[in-house]
Design a binder for this molecule. Structure first.
Ligand code: ZN
Length: 442
């Protein structure tokens, strides 16, 4: 018998807006690997990369697997076939598949992965990386998927969440999902705070089920395996599902905004955060969007808060001199606007006193004095007391020194929800005996 090899498998960009799903391909591959008696060394990993790249497929999610096997060649061949079978190339998918045989993941993989989370990486860089590091690669279309495939193998988790994705039977693809609102609401109430972003109470809307033709029935995000399994028992549906799989993920970690941006690294589509002083007061434009600028050293950066984020109130209440740390993605400049950062959070660090000039108040009558005309001073209309100048009064601020996040309905996969602020998940140690994968045989 030959020694077992550790094999890392990464793949990405197998889906299109019209169908299929990279996580479903992962489910099919795991089903196959289980039958081959491969030993799993960790959960399948579902990694979301830079959400501010405009041509990403839906959520920009890639998957990696780490297994031990005595038959790596056979397994690689079968996986190649599965990737070909389950990729939606005719509708624009550009799948990438990568194999790397090693127990440890070298530092350069982590570096590559970080760049894919924060910046724009091109396919050529991925191909050069693969050649330098002895990766076996396969791709179709333009090979855009190679970036995520490599990045998913190299991802360095400082924090993580889990997602349980359940899949429909083929015959149900494209049909309406029957998932009663009340059962999702109850599930959220009973599993909080160990699950997140399942139900939007303000909009009375289910957040765990997609609407499109893809194979996912629902996806529950949370902190540990037990809470996710408990959630599936509370969720009610009459539909017979194909199975489920639990992924370890960077969803809900806010990792894409941990990158400290500088004027130099603020290139188009970069994600990250930066601290500065509000230099131009907020302007509200048609449609309810707010624009303001911050000064970082000698440079000025425009910030935009779009209406669906519901951070309108915070943005419009900022004044010159406030210190803020803002996170988001850089939008390319065009002929109509400069380079702009689209905000995904506003952390108010310092609030300037809001001093405004006002007519003086008469201390006898406690009434505001009236102007007597240009440069003529002010006078009380009751007792005729005079005062030469306007006075500064302090208006109370309507926002606080705190972190402000978008509304749940505007959250992206990577957005860190309020309940996860300050939380680092170290609960989910992998144990092959827990029920992280299941295919119903019915
Ligand atoms: Zn008076």
């Amino acid at each position: 018998m030959t020694d077992a090899q550790v094999l890392n498998i990464g793949f990405d960009d197998t889906d299109s807006p019209k169908g299929m799903c990279t996580t479903f391909l992962a489910y099919k591959i795991v089903d196959f690997l289980k039958k081959q008696n491969a030993q799993f060394l960790d959960f399948p990993k579902l990694i979301r990369f830079n959400p501010n790249i405009p041509w990403k497929t839906r959520g920009n999610g890639a998957v990696s697997l780490q297994i031990k096997t005595t038959t790596p060649s056979k397994i690689k061949n079968q996986i190649k076939h599965l990737v070909e079978k389950y990729s939606d190339v005719k509708n624009g998918a550009n799948p990438g598949l990568v194999f790397y045989e090693s127990e440890t993941i070298p530092e350069q993989f982590t570096e590559f992965s970080k760049l894919a989370l924060w910046q724009l990486i091109n396919r050529k860089q991925a191909k050069i990386f693969a050649a330098k590091n002895n990766l076996e690669i396969f791709y179709q279309g333009n090979g855009q998927g190679l970036i995520g495939a490599i990045g998913a193998i190299g991802y360095d988790f400082r924090d993580h969440t889990l997602e349980l994705l359940s899949y429909r039977k083929n015959s149900k693809f494209g049909t309406k999902r029957q998932l009663p609102i009340q059962s999702v609401k109850t599930m959220q109430e009973k599993t909080f705070p160990h699950t997140f972003n399942s139900f939007d109470n303000k909009k009375n809307k289910i957040l765990i089920a997609p609407h499109g033709p893809d194979p996912v029935f629902y996806g529950v995000r949370g902190e540990n395996v037990n809470s996710l399994l408990q959630a599936t028992k509370i969720l009610k549906t009459d539909e017979k599902l194909a199975g489920y799989m639990i992924f370890k993920s960077n969803q809900g970690t806010g990792d894409h905004l941990k990158n400290e941006l500088t004027i130099k690294t603020m290139k188009p589509y970069a994600s990250g955060k930066i601290t500065g002083i509000v230099s131009r007061a907020p302007k509200i434009v048609k449609g309810g969007h707010v624009f303001f600028s911050i000064k970082v050293d000698e440079d000025e950066i425009w910030c935009a808060v779009y209406k669906p984020t519901k951070m309108f109130f915070v943005a419009k209440s900022l004044i010159q001199g406030d210190k803020v740390c803002v996170g988001g993605g850089i939008r390319k400049s065009s002929k109509n606007h400069p380079r702009i950062m689209n905000l995904e959070f506003i952390n108010v660090i310092y609030l300037e006193k809001n001093l405004v000039k006002s007519n003086p108040t008469c201390n006898n009558c406690n009434k505001k004095m009236k102007s007597k005309g240009k440069n003529q001073g002010y006078q009380c209309i009751k007792c005729n007391k005079k005062s030469p100048n306007k006075v500064l009064i302090e208006n109370p601020r309507t926002i606080k020194k705190q972190l402000y996040l978008p509304a749940v309905s505007a959250h992206r996969h990577l957005s860190r929800p309020l309940q996860r602020i300050g939380r680092v998940n170290i609960e989910s140690k992998f144990d092959e005996s827990v029920s992280w994968f299941h295919a119903y045989r019915n």
